[in-house]
Design a protein around this ligand. Structure first.
Ligand code: FAD
Ligand code: EPU
Length: 342
């Protein structure tokens, strides 16, 4: 059988960056997307639950996965047209950061602010990855996926993907689409985004007056490595909570009580608040319960100091949600997919 590998009762410990020791009834690693229909037709796969997994950098397992974990290991990058901009089709299993660096090396602009985000290209549209003032949605022309409901290949254009802050069609219809490739449209040059806090200062420290995309990428790498704990050193899934978006009245009241609360007004009048600030101010930064903790470097990051189980990590996350709500009346929501959440 070419194109995929099947393992029964497989460990997922090295397949999630929170390093939770979970297992899957069946692990199917797929290297050839054209074999998906054949794989999905196996009775053991067809009749059970399915979870698509990239690098597991945005997943918390609170229990074993009873069903098939489909690990995307497809590869390939195709530049479809060129000129002032290019259309680039990328297989879902490619590493996001490798792709970003490749685009910079080829002289394309756009993805520089999104450098060093862990994970696969196929996962990037799921929560519309974003950092340092940019979101991937802006560069996604279309997404190719296997629609498990209609049982056919579909091509979803950018509007259909309904991208929003840490959100998309794929999060609203979980499990329906298996993304096999993402088609990007990237320009050769564009106005750089350097307004996110810290970028201009870092470019100045680097002595760069007229930045090119790779300078911005270098500045972002510096900021990210100085702020976020490295999953290779300590288990984590990046921000564990989304920045909450609240109505203007609640934001105004909170700003009155806490003028230093970082807040970003949204086009529709709502206001995005800094979850890290809320968590730190509620007293959770650096807390530890057994091996489950909140990073002392960044209050948004749930960390596994060693052998924390999924339920232990989830219990601490819930304590943070309850604690922040008690102090500020703001409801935090997890960013990662939580398997087995009740
Ligand atoms: P996984 O964690 O494997 O999966 C995430 C979700 O996508 C799951 O629901 C899964 O079922 C689904 N999925 C994955 N692949 C597919 C596919 N091919 N088809 C259908 N569904 C799929 N995110 C940001 O937005 N910005 C950041 O700045 C950022 N920084 C991070 C820093 C660190 C240190 C870490 C650990 C994480 C960070 N993240 C950030 C979160 C994470 O990197 C992204 O969400 C990334 O896109 C997840 O990719 P993955 O391949 O690991 O997906
Ligand atoms: N802050 C605190 N305490 C902390 C950390 C930060 O009060 O411990 C305050 C900072 O002072 C700052 C504000 O929070 O004013 C924002 O901090 P930061 O720039 O680190 O951004 P963030 O809102 O915490 C978001 C994304 C990150 C992304 C960065 C950079 C979400 C949920 N998180 O974090 O994405 O890398 O901005 O753009 O939107 C991820 O999604 O996994 C992720 C890491």
């Amino acid at each position: 059988m070419g194109g995929y590998t099947l393992i029964e009762n497989a460990s997922l410990a090295n397949r999630n960056t929170l390093r939770v020791d979970a297992r899957a009834t069946l692990l199917a690693e797929i290297r050839d997307a054209t074999k998906l229909p054949e794989l999905l037709d196996f009775p053991a796969v067809r009749n059970g639950r399915l979870l698509v997994l990239g690098e597991g950098s945005n997943v918390l397992f609170t229990e074993d996965f009873e069903g098939t974990v489909l690990a995307m290991a497809t590869r390939g990058v195709q530049v479809e047209s060129d000129g002032d901009s290019a259309r680039i089709a990328v297989a879902a299993g490619e590493r996001w950061d490798d792709f970003v660096r490749w685009t910079l090396g080829q002289g394309f602009a756009g993805l520089e602010n999104l450098i060093l985000i862990p994970g696969t290209v196929g996962a990037a549209p799921i929560q519309n990855i974003g950092a340092y003032g940019c979101e991937v949605a802006e560069f996604v022309e279309s997404v190719e996926a296997w629609d498990t409901r209609a049982r056919c290949v579909v091509k979803l254009d950018q509007a259909t993907c309904a991208f929003a802050y840490r959100d998309s069609l794929f999060k609203r219809e979980p499990g329906r689409y298996i993304i096999t490739a993402v088609r990007f449209r990237l320009p050769r040059s564009r106005a750089l985004r350097t307004d996110y806090a810290g970028i201009e200062e870092q470019l100045a420290r680097m002595g760069v007056d007229h930045p090119a995309p790779f300078h911005v990428a270098e500045a972002v790498v510096h900021l990210r490595t100085s702020k976020l704990p490295d999953p290779a050193v300590i288990g984590n899934a990046g921000s564990f909570f989304k920045n909450p978006i609240v109505n203007a009245a609640l934001a105004a009241q909170l700003k009155q009580d806490h003028p230093e609360l970082p807040a970003w007004p949204q086009p529709d009048g709502s206001v995005k608040l800094s979850a890290a600030w809320l968590i730190e101010t509620a007293g959770f930064k650096g807390v530890r319960e057994g091996d489950a903790g909140i990073s002392n470097r960044h209050a948004l990051v749930l960390v596994n100091h060693g052998k924390a189980s999924g339920p232990q990590l989830w219990a601490l996350a819930q304590r943070v949600i309850v604690g922040v709500h008690a102090v500020f009346g703001v409801q935090l929501e997890p960013e990662p997919l939580v398997i087995g959440a009740r």
